[in-house]
Design a protein around this ligand. Structure first.
Ligand code: GCW
Length: 693
C-alpha cells in the first residue's frame, strides 16, 4: 500500500503495507474476536496502540471494531489491551505468566470460551503494548492459527537502537536512499507524518531508541543540545515516544568550547563538568525521557579526552555523571585508531587498536556507560573476524554496532542481505567464560548480567520513496530489528517473514526472494574481496574496485600484496593481533591450516601458490571466486525475472534496474581484481578464461 497525504510525497510503508486477507476461513475464524477493541488503560500509549490496531483490522479483515476505553471488561468479545496487573485480566493471566512478562514485553492470550471470546494483549508497562500490537497484526497477516497466537515475548537485548548518520544540511553520511528525513538546510524538518511513519516501522521491529544525528558532529549539529533546537527536537521525541522509542543525540566532545565558550573540554575540569550538567538539565527540561549521548571521541579527527591526556573512561564517566540523575546513558564508541598511519610502518596494526585502547579500561566505566563496538576490528568489511573486544571486557557494558547501510557492501545498488553475516557474528563463541560464551549472550547482557547491553544499527533509510533505495534492502532494516529482539531466531525465518509481509505469500515469490536474500552476501563476497581480504575499494566514496586505493594512504588498511604473497600476518608471530582472542581461537587463528578459510587473508600473509583446503592454489581460488561470483549475479536476476507479474510492477522494475547495475559492476569488480592479481603474479588462470592483461 502506498500511503499518501496532501502534504507528503508518496512513499511505501514497507512491511507495514496492509492488504485485505484473502483466505476466507481465516477471516471468519478471527472475525468472531473483532467486534470491539477494549482499552483497559486510559492514556495516549494505549490509545495509540488501539488506533494502530483498528486501522490494521479495518484493512485486513474489513471490519470496523469499536474502540472503547473501559474500566470493566463488559463486552464478551474483542481484542483487549491492558496491563498484566489489571484486575479485569486476573481471571485470564496466571501469576507465573505475569512474572514472565518483562518491562518491554507482552503476553498474548486467546480466550475462547462459550460466551467469551477475547484476544488479550497485555504488557507490564506502557512500553510493551505497542510491540504487542504490531506482533499481533503481523501474526494475523501471516495467518497464524488462533491457538498459536498465545505467547509471551520479551526483547532479549535492553538497548535496540538505530544510529543515523544524518547531517543538518540534509545529507546522510554513507546514505544511499535519498536525503535525511530529519534535517534539511541546517534546520530540523517539520515533516512529522514521515517521522511518525518511521516510528511505526521501527516499533514494529522492536526498536527502542534512535540517534538522529551523525556521530561526526560538526557545525550546526554541535548546537542540537541547546534551546535553539530543543523545542523542535522535543516534538520529534514526542512522536517517537508514542511508539516506545527514545531519542538520543550524538555530541561533540568539545562542546564546552564551541558552545560554552570555555577554553577547555578537559573532562576533569570543574567548569567543564558543570557545563555538561547544566546542558543535560536543560535537555531534560525539554525531553523528559531523553535517552542519552552517543560519542565518537578521539576518532577520525573528532575531539576527545586524549587531547587533555585523559582516558576514555574519564571522558565517558564525566558525561555519565551528568546523565545519571535522569537515567540517561552514555554510549561511547570504541572506533578509536590512528587514522594518520604511515604505510611504511608495518608494526602498527589498525585491527589491534580498539582492544589496545579499551581493554585496559575494563571496570573503570560508570554503570550508565556502554561501549559501542563495531562487529569487526576494522570497519564493516564484507567479512571480518568478530572484534576481540567482545568477551574481553567482563566489567563493561557492551553494544554491538552493525552497519545496516551498505557502505562496503554494495551501497544499496548491489543486493547484499546482511542477516546471514550478522547471525554468524552473533553465534561466534568467544570462549571468554568457557565454551558457550556467545557474542549474542554478551550483547543481550545475559552472560555478564549487565543492565545495559544491546545493539546499534547504522541506518540505511532516507527520504526516498521506498526508504532504502533498493527495495530489497528493507530486509536489512527489518532483520536488524528482529535480531535485536531475539538473536536466537533462525535467519531464514526472519527473512521469510519479511518476504511474506512485504510481497505476500505466493510460493514462488517466497522461494525465489528467500534464495536471493540468503545467497546474496556470499555472492557479493565472491566477486569483491573474499578470504577476509577486505578494502580494495575506491577511496572516499568506497564504491567499486580499486585494489591499491588505500595501499599507500594513512588509514591503516593495507593488504601489502607483492609478486609472491598477499595479506597481513596478524598472528602471534606477526602483529600479535591473534593474542587478543581467548583460547582456542588464538591457536586456531594463528595456524594457517586451521584458520577458517573465509578469514585466511585477514590473519595470514599467504603465498599465491599456497593450497587451500579444496586443493586449489590461492591465486586460482581468487580467479575462480571472481568468475563465479559475477556469474551468480545472473542467477539473482533470473530468480527475480521469474517474479514478473507477481510483484507490483513499479517495485519489480526498480529492483530489476538495480540488479542489472549490479551485474555490470560485478563484472567490473571481477575484471579489475583478476587483472590486478594476474599482473602481480604473472600466473595465468588454469581454466584459460579472459583475464585482461
Ligand atoms: O565506516 C567509516 C565511515 C565513516 C564513518 C566512520 C565511523 C561516520 O567511512 O563515514 O563516520 O566509519 O564509523 O565513525
Amino acid at each position: 500500500m502506498i500511503l499518501s497525504s496532501s502534504s507528503n510525497p508518496k512513499y511505501s510503508m514497507c512491511w507495514l503495507s496492509y492488504k485485505p486477507i484473502e483466505k476466507k476461513e481465516y477471516v471468519q475464524e478471527v472475525e468472531k474476536f473483532l467486534e470491539h477493541i477494549v482499552l483497559l488503560e486510559k492514556n495516549i500509549y494505549f490509545q495509540n496502540a488501539g488506533n494502530e490496531l483498528k486501522m490494521a483490522l479495518s484493512v485486513l479483515f474489513g471490519t470496523e471494531p469499536r474502540l472503547n476505553s473501559a474500566l470493566n471488561l463488559y463486552v464478551d468479545n474483542g481484542i483487549v489491551l491492558g496491563k498484566v496487573t489489571n484486575e479485569n485480566l486476573q481471571a485470564f493471566i496466571t501469576d507465573v505468566e505475569k512474572e514472565a512478562v518483562g518491562e518491554e514485553g507482552f503476553i498474548i492470550k486467546v480466550i475462547d470460551e462459550n460466551k467469551k471470546k477475547y484476544i488479550i494483549v497485555a504488557s507490564k508497562s506502557e512500553k510493551g503494548i505497542i510491540y504487542g500490537i504490531f506482533h499481533l497484526i503481523n501474526k494475523f497477516r501471516l495467518k497464524t492459527k488462533l491457538n498459536e497466537l498465545n505467547c509471551i515475548e520479551n526483547p532479549k537485548a535492553p538497548l535496540r537502537i538505530i544510529n543515523h548518520w544524518d547531517n543538518m544540511d540534509g545529507s546522510v553520511e554513507r546514505g544511499y536512499a535519498g536525503k535525511s528525513i530529519f534535517f534539511s538546510h541546517g534546520r530540523i524538518k517539520r515533516i512529522y507524518k514521515r517521522i511518525g511513519d518511521y516510528a511505526r516501522l521501527l516499533a514494529s521491529i522492536g526498536i527502542n531508541g534512535v540517534v538522529i544525528n551523525n556521530v561526526n558532529v560538526r557545525d550546526k549539529a554541535i548546537w542540537l543540545i541547546t534551546p535553539k533546537y530543543l523545542n523542535d527536537l522535543s516534538k520529534i521525541a514526542e512522536i517517537f515516544r508514542l511508539y516506545g522509542i527514545k531519542l538520543y543525540l550524538s555530541i561533540n566532545f568539545a562542546s564546552p568550547i564551541y558552545i560554552g565558550g570555555l577554553d577547555t573540554a578537559d573532562p576533569l575540569d570543574k567548569n567543564v563538568q558543570k557545563w555538561w550538567k547544566d546542558t543535560v538539565k536543560t535537555i531534560y527540561s525539554y525531553i523528559p525521557d531523553f535517552g542519552g549521548f552517543l560519542v565518537k571521541a578521539d576518532s577520525e579527527f573528532n575531539p576527545g579526552p586524549y587531547v587533555y591526556g585523559r582516558t576514555h573512561a574519564d571522558g565517558a564517566n564525566m558525561l555519565a555523571e551528568a546523565l545519571l540523575p535522569y537515567e540517561g546513558v552514555v554510549i561511547w564508541r570504541a572506533f578509536v585508531y590512528n587514522c594518520l598511519q604511515d604505510w611504511r610502518d608495518t608494526k602498527t596494526d589498525r585491527a589491534k587498536a580498539a582492544y589496545d585502547n579499551f581493554k585496559p579500561l575494563d571496570g573503570r566505566f560508570s554503570e550508565n556507560v556502554i561501549l559501542q563496538i563495531k562487529y569487526g576490528p576494522m570497519d564493516f568489511q564484507v567479512r571480518e573476524p568478530v572484534s576481540p573486544l567482545f568477551g574481553a571486557m567482563e566489567k563493561t557494558n557492551q553494544m554491538m554496532e552493525f552497519q545496516i547501510t551498505q557502505e562496503y557492501t554494495g551501497q544499496q545498488i548491489h543486493l547484499c542481505y546482511l542477516g546471514t553475516l550478522w547471525k554468524e557474528i552473533l553465534e561466534f563463541d568467544t570462549y571468554c567464560k568457557g565454551k558457550g560464551s556467545y557474542v549474542k549472550r554478551i550483547v543481550d547482557g545475559s552472560l555478564f548480567g549487565r543492565k545495559y547491553a544491546g545493539f546499534a544499527g547504522v541506518s540505511n533509510i532516507g527520504d526516498s520513496i521506498n526508504w532504502t533505495g533498493h527495495d530489497l534492502a528493507q530486509a536489512n532494516l527489518w532483520t536488524f530489528g528482529k535480531l535485536t529482539w531475539d538473536p536466537d531466531r533462525k535467519i531464514e525465518d526472519i527473512a521469510r517473514e519479511w518476504i511474506i509481509l512485504t510481497f505476500g505469500d505466493d510460493k514462488k515469490v517466497v522461494e525465489n526472494i528467500l534464495w536471493m536474500l540468503i545467497n546474496s552476501h556470499a555472492i557479493y563476497e565472491k566477486y569483491t574481496t573474499p578470504l577476509g581480504l577486505g578494502w580494495m575499494v575506491n577511496p572516499g566514496h568506497h564504491y567499486g574496485p580499486n585494489p591499491e586505493g588505500y595501499e599507500y594512504s594513512k588509514w591503516g588498511t593495507y593488504h601489502r600484496a607483492d609478486t609472491k604473497a598477499i595479506g597481513v600476518d596478524r598472528t602471534s608471530r606477526g602483529t600479535g593481533y591473534t593474542l587478543q582472542y581467548h583460547k582456542p581461537w588464538q591457536e586456531i587463528f594463528d595456524d594457517i591450516n586451521k584458520c577458517p578459510e573465509e578469514l585466511l587473508l585477514f590473519f595470514h600473509r599467504v603465498p599465491y601458490d599456497f593450497r587451500l583446503k579444496n586443493g586449489k592454489t590461492l591465486i586460482q581460488f581468487m580467479y575462480d571466486s571472481h568468475f563465479e561470483g559475477a556469474e551468480m549475479v545472473d542467477k539473482l536476476i533470473e530468480k527475480w525475472k521469474e517474479l514478473k507479474g507477481k510483484i507490483d510492477d513499479e517495485i519489480f522494475n526498480r529492483v530489476y534496474e538495480r540488479l542489472k547495475m549490479q551485474k555490470e559492476h560485478a563484472i567490473e569488480w571481477r575484471d579489475v581484481i583478476n587483472t590486478y592479481f594476474y599482473r602481480k603474479t604473472g600466473i595465468p588462470d588454469e581454466k584459460g578464461r579472459v583475464i585482461y592483461p
